[in-house]
Ligand binder design. Structure first.
Ligand SMILES: [Zn+2]
Length: 438
C-alpha cells in the first residue's frame, strides 16, 4: 500500500471513528478520546517525571481543551502537569475554591498503549472484550457479580489486548465534562474550581510536584476510585525498613566458633516477624509487615520490609517490633550485627479528612441526589489524596466508574461515567451555596 493510500485510510478511519463517537454524550466522547491517547508510565524511568514522554500527549491535549472551555491560568509544566482554574458562578465568588484532581498516566504491568476501545450492549452472560491469539477474553458474573446490575447497559471495553485506562482517564473525562458543562451554562452554581491533572500516580509520584499555593484550593476531591458509589478517605500508614546484617566469613572447614553467617541471621530475623501479619494472611483493616526483597552472602545480607497499618498506634507498634528484633539479635550475639533504618512513607489520610467531615457528607448527599448509595472502603494502599492531605490540601477520593482496573478485562459502564458528572455538579452546587469551611 502506498503512503498516500495509507494516509487516506487513516484519515477515513479517524473520520469514521469521530462520527461513531458523536452519537455519545460529551463525557463518553472524551473518555474514548483520552483512552486512545497513549500515556502509560515506565517504572524503570521512575526518577524522571514524567517517566515516559508519551504522557505529554495527555498534557497537551487537556491544556488545549481547557483553554477552549474558557478555563483560566491554564498551565503545563516540564513535568507534564496541567493545572487550571474555572471561575465561580455569579454569587459564589466568595466561597472557598474547590479542587478536583485526576492522574493522566496508566498502569504499566500490562500493555496499555494503542488502546482500541469499543462499546458493548451488555445483555447478560459473558462480557466479551475480544479474541486474542484465538482465545476469547471475557469476564462474567462469577468474577464480576456487579454485572448482574448492568444488564441492558452500554459498557466500554478494549479488544482484549490492552488495559482500558479507565484508571484514571474516567476521572479525567468526568472533570473535563464538568468544566464543559459550566462553560456552556455559567449559571449552574459552582464555586471557583482548581483543576489538576498529574503524571505517574501509578508509580508513586502523582501530585508530589503540584503547586498548592497556585491552586489556592481549600479542599476537594481526587477522582481515582473504582465502581460508582465508592468513596475512600482511609489509607494505610506506610513505612519502609531497610535491614542490614553483618557477618564474618571464614573458610567453612575451619569455621568452628568463628564464622557468623549473615544469611542465617537474616533468616532468624525474619522468623521473629509475626507470621499472621504477612500480606497473604491479611485484608480489610489488618495491617502487615512484608519482606519484599532479600539478598546476601555469608559476609553481608540485606532485607527490605514494608510496614502498613490503617491504625496509627498499631503502625507504630509494627515499626517498634522491627527495631526490637534488631536489638534482640544484637544483644544475643553481643555485637552490632544488625542495623536497621525505618522511615515513614505516608500516613492515613483519615486523620486529616476526619477534621473535614463535610467532604464525606457532601459526597454522600451528592451521590444520593443522583440515585446512588455511597459506601466507603479503606484503601489498602495510598493515593494522591493522602499525599495532598498531609501537604495541607484535604482531598477525599471519589469513584469514577472503572471495574477490573490494571488488567485487560477492565470495563467502564457508560452510565457510571455520565452519573459521576452529575454527582460532581451536585457537589459543586453544595459548595457554591455555603457549607462549613472548617
Ligand atoms: Zn489511579
Amino acid at each position: 500500500m502506498s503512503e498516500t493510500q495509507q494516509g487516506t485510510d487513516a484519515a477515513q478511519a479517524s473520520a469514521a471513528q469521530a462520527s461513531e463517537d458523536a452519537s455519545y454524550s460529551d463525557v463518553v466522547q472524551r473518555f474514548l478520546r483520552y483512552v486512545r491517547t497513549d500515556s502509560q508510565g515506565v517504572p524503570a524511568n521512575a526518577p524522571a517525571v514524567p517517566s515516559s514522554a508519551c504522557q505529554f500527549n495527555m498534557t497537551r491535549l487537556l491544556a488545549d481543551e481547557l483553554r477552549g472551555l474558557g478555563a483560566t491560568d491554564v498551565t503545563t509544566t516540564e513535568h507534564a502537569y496541567v493545572t487550571a482554574h474555572v471561575p465561580a458562578s455569579a454569587g459564589a465568588e466568595h466561597m472557598p475554591t474547590l479542587a478536583f484532581n485526576a492522574h493522566i498516566d496508566t498502569e504499566s504491568s500490562v500493555p496499555g498503549n494503542g488502546v482500541k476501545p469499543h462499546v458493548v450492549d451488555y445483555e447478560g452472560g459473558k462480557l466479551v472484550m475480544g479474541v486474542v491469539d484465538g482465545e476469547e477474553i471475557f469476564t462474567d458474573q462469577t468474577v464480576n457479580p456487579e454485572l448482574a446490575d448492568l444488564v441492558g447497559q452500554k459498557i466500554i471495553v478494549t479488544d482484549g489486548s490492552t488495559l482500558l485506562g479507565g484508571d484514571d482517564k474516567a476521572g479525567v473525562a468526568e472533570i473535563m465534562a464538568l468544566v464543559k458543562r459550566f462553560h456552556d451554562d455559567p449559571t449552574i452554581p459552582h464555586p471557583r474550581l482548581a483543576i489538576s491533572f498529574v503524571p505517574d500516580e501509578e508509580i508513586g509520584h502523582g501530585a508530589a510536584l503540584l503547586d498548592l499555593d497556585e491552586q489556592g484550593a481549600a479542599f476537594g476531591y481526587t477522582l481515582d476510585g473504582g465502581p460508582l458509589g465508592v468513596m475512600n478517605y482511609e489509607t494505610f500508614n506506610a513505612a519502609e525498613a531497610d535491614v542490614h546484617f553483618h557477618g564474618f566469613s571464614v573458610h567453612p572447614g575451619t569455621a568452628k566458633g568463628k564464622m557468623r553467617n549473615a544469611i542465617d541471621i537474616a533468616c532468624e530475623f525474619n522468623g521473629l516477624m509475626p507470621q499472621q501479619s504477612k500480606p497473604q494472611y491479611t485484608d480489610g483493616y489488618d495491617g502487615y509487615i512484608h519482606l519484599h526483597q532479600q539478598s546476601g552472602n555469608v559476609e553481608k545480607a540485606d532485607a527490605m520490609y514494608i510496614i502498613r497499618d490503617h491504625d496509627r498506634a498499631k503502625f507504630e507498634a509494627k515499626k517498634h517490633l522491627i527495631e526490637s528484633a534488631a536489638a534482640y539479635l544484637n544483644e544475643k550475639y553481643g555485637a552490632d550485627i544488625v542495623s536497621c533504618h525505618v522511615f515513614d512513607q505516608y500516613y492515613n489520610m483519615a486523620e486529616v479528612i476526619n477534621k473535614h467531615p463535610h467532604l464525606v457528607e457532601t459526597a454522600r448527599r451528592a451521590y444520593a441526589d443522583n440515585g446512588v448509595t455511597m459506601w466507603t472502603e479503606p484503601m489498602r494502599g495510598g493515593t494522591d489524596g493522602a499525599q495532598l492531605c498531609f501537604r495541607g490540601l484535604p482531598m477525599a477520593n471519589l469513584s469514577c466508574g472503572y471495574h477490573n482496573a490494571h488488567g485487560i478485562k477492565e470495563f467502564v459502564p457508560i452510565n457510571e461515567l455520565e452519573t459521576m458528572v452529575d454527582v460532581l455538579q451536585s457537589i459543586c452546587a453544595t459548595y457554591a451555596t455555603g457549607e462549613p469551611q472548617a
